[in-house]
Design a protein around this ligand. Sequence first.
Ligand code: SF4
Ligand code: F3S
Length: 112
Amino acid sequence: MTYVVIDNCIACKYTDCVEVCPVDCFYEGENFLVIHPDECIDCGVCEPECPADAIRPDTEPGLESWVELNRKYAEVWPVITQRREPLPDAPDRDGEADKLSKYFSEKPGEGS
Ligand code: SF4
Ligand code: F3S
């Protein structure tokens, strides 16, 4: 299994999660992070760190497409290991529905 980043990270990107990952398996897009499913060791420490409640174990039903999206972009975006400031609109976007279709960007992040 793996943990996976889901919709509510998009356009928030709080990045608290990256500081606690023991294997540095978060990858950064312009407005979203992903977890590499083959690198995650399922420790679970990142899940409670996310202020947007956007990290889940893939044992929850219905997350298959999110696992594949995490895998796809973990292969092309740069690794992120240090916390950044959240995106400026994070408080306004937190909890919005359908952020994938509204805001998702395929562009890579800055890397760290
Ligand atoms: Fe990293 Fe553990 Fe979270 Fe997987 S579950 S992304 S290994 S902190
Ligand atoms: Fe995203 Fe939550 Fe990490 S909003 S960047 S998964 S702390």
